[in-house]
Every structure is written in structure tokens, then in C-alpha cells.
Design a protein around this ligand. Structure first.
Ligand code: GSH
Length: 303
């Protein structure tokens, strides 16, 4: 069976959600540590430019964004499911809710605690790529922290009937995506998670249950090894180009992310549905790879 490889770094919150999915499914995986800031040339060999973290790899299939990574893990290793009953596919909605404005509030709540000075490289990178200017961000942080606390109140209320996980008795994608928002709070303000739990007992017990899923069995891997794995494998493409999309199979397209100035990924369109995008692209170091994205959050343009 092809080894699963995760390109990530320890402090990435969305990577933490995927690491927990690897734990939930008790998988062995290759762990490639990616840089926190640009440039990320080895990652670009595989993704064609997508530079966010996490990126999951299975052979010559490269899954950008945690949503695509979760889908891939569920397809490759269906049991135990990331979408357990009774909520089932509703876990995707819970996970989506943890993104967007909620994620921004969580990041504001955490990064607002970063000491001033000493993180110039990080802020310069995030400003260039995502327009996050440190002074403006710091000015917004107190408000974002209030919004994050309001969200924590919703999570605590959901758990207040004594359920073990957000969707019922078993953990799913929605739990992992929401857990990382809280887990990340200690990044810049050690003790933040303890303070959150103290005021919200249900949330504290739930955090422990999710943490206990663990990360499966990682093995450190160098990026060169991951590139060799892609080179020695063939990509798999499942799906169609929706005729109503206005694009056609084989068309050269660019895929970029909303609100990001990172270079777009260029390739031949293989799949375009409401759910996913797959591009085939060539690189001398790997031959042909398939780069997969969730449809939500991506901008597709003719090349
Ligand atoms: N929607 C994406 C969001 C990924 C994301 O924002 N990742 C952050 C780290 S958790 C990131 O890539 N920051 C910039 C970087 O690492 O270069 C997902 O679910 O994977």
C-alpha cells in the first residue's frame, strides 16, 4: 500500500487536524517538515505553487488543503470513518464552520498574544502573501478574541448535553477541525488553553478526548524522498469536468486561493465539480502528478 505523506510543520493548526485524522485512522505516515515562510521550493515541485500547509501526498497524488486531505484519507482508508453517524457528512459542515471568519478569529486571538518584535520574518511573509499587516492585525486582535470566545460558547453549548463528540459518540472531521482552533491558542500565549478550559468544563473534557486520538505513527522523511515517491508513482484521477462549469477536460487552467497572492498552480484540468478540482501537471523532477483541491476556497481561471 502507498505510504501517506504529510507536508506540514508542528505549529500549523490545520495540519494538527490532519495529524489527528491520521491518529483516528491509526495510520503510519511519512512526515515531511515544510518551511513556515516562503520560499518552499520542494513543496512547489509537488503542488505547482500551492504553499499552504498541510499538503497530503499519496504517491503521485497531491492533496492541497485539509478538506482535500480528509477526503483522500477517507477514500484510501475508509475505517474508522471521519464521517460517523448520526451526523455523517454533516461533519463537513462543522469543519467548514471552523474555517473562514472563525479561523481568522482564532488566529487573531492567538497571534494577538505574540510578543512585539522578534517575528519580523513571519509577519513580512504573511503581509506579502495574505495582506496581514502586523500593526493592523494587532489593532483587530482584541475584537477577534471576543469573536473567538463567542464561538467557544457555541461549542460548549453543543457539548452541554453530555455527548462525547460534536456529532455524537464517535469523533469525526468536525471535531478535528474545531479542536485545532483551540489547540493553537497556546502557540503565542502559553496557558491560554488552560484558561479556556477552566471556564468551559465540557470543552475541556472534549479536548482531552480528541487529543487522545493521537497522531498515528509518523516517520520523519526528507522532502527529496517524498519527491522520489511521486516520481515512482502514477497519479489517480476520479471524476469529471462538469459541463456546466464552462471549462473543458484537458484545458490549461490556473488554480489560486481566495485572499492569497501565492503563485497559482497551473495544469491540465481533469476534474471540476462542486466538490473538487484535480489538475494534471508535469515537472522534470516528478513526471506527471495530480494536484487535488476542494472546490470551496479556490479560484479557477483559464491559463
Ligand atoms: N483552508 C486551508 C487553510 C490552510 C492554512 O491557512 N494554513 C496555514 C497554516 S495552518 C498556512 O498555510 N499558513 C501559511 C503558510 O504556512 O505558509 C486548509 O484547510 O488546509
Amino acid at each position: 500500500m502507498t505510504t501517506i505523506i504529510l507536508h506540514h510543520y508542528p505549529t500549523s493548526p490545520w495540519a494538527e487536524a490532519v495529524r489527528l485524522a491520521l491518529g483516528l485512522k491509526k495510520l503510519e505516515w511519512g512526515s515531511v517538515t515544510a518551511p513556515v515562510v516562503m520560499p518552499k521550493p520542494e513543496l512547489a515541485v509537488l503542488t505547482g505553487g500551492y504553499a499552504r500547509i498541510p499538503v497530503l501526498q499519496s504517491g503521485a497524488d497531491i492533496f492541497c488543503d485539509s478538506a482535500a486531505a480528509m477526503d483522500a484519507l477517507e477514500t484510501l482508508h475508509p475505517e474508522p470513518s471521519l464521517y460517523p453517524a448520526p451526523l455523517g457528512q454533516g461533519h463537513r459542515l462543522l469543519a467548514a464552520q471552523a474555517g473562514g471568519a472563525t479561523f481568522f478569529a482564532a488566529v487573531g486571538s492567538a497571534l494577538g498574544n505574540l510578543p512585539i518584535g522578534g517575528n519580523e520574518e513571519f509577519w513580512a511573509d504573511r503581509e506579502k502573501r495574505f495582506g496581514m499587516k502586523e500593526p493592523a492585525f494587532r489593532a483587530m486582535a482584541p475584537h477577534l478574541a471576543t469573536q473567538f470566545r463567542a464561538y467557544l460558547g457555541l461549542l460548549e453549548a453543543t457539548l452541554s448535553d453530555g455527548r462525547s463528540f460534536l456529532g455524537g459518540d464517535a469523533a469525526g472531521h468536525g471535531d478535528l477541525a474545531n479542536y485545532q482552533l483551540i489547540w493553537f491558542q497556546d502557540f503565542a500565549g502559553p496557558g491560554s488553553v488552560a484558561a479556556i478550559i477552566q471556564a468551559r468544563p465540557q470543552l475541556g473534557a472534549w479536548l482531552q478526548r480528541v487529543e487522545a486520538l493521537g497522531h498515528g505513527t509518523p516517520r520523519d522523511m526528507r522532502s527529496e524522498e517524498a519527491i522520489a515517491v511521486a516520481r515512482d508513482a502514477e497519479p489517480t484521477v476520479r471524476g469529471i469536468v462538469d459541463p456546466a462549469s464552462g471549462f473543458s477536460a484537458g484545458q490549461q487552467v490556473l488554480v489560486s486561493q481566495e485572499a492569497s497572492k501565492d503563485a497559482p498552480t497551473e495544469g491540465r484540468l481533469a476534474v471540476l465539480t462542486d466538490r473538487r478540482i484535480s489538475l494534471l501537471r508535469d515537472h522534470p523532477a516528478v513526471g506527471t502528478v495530480a494536484v487535488h483541491f476542494p472546490r470551496a476556497g479556490q479560484v479557477v481561471m483559464p491559463a
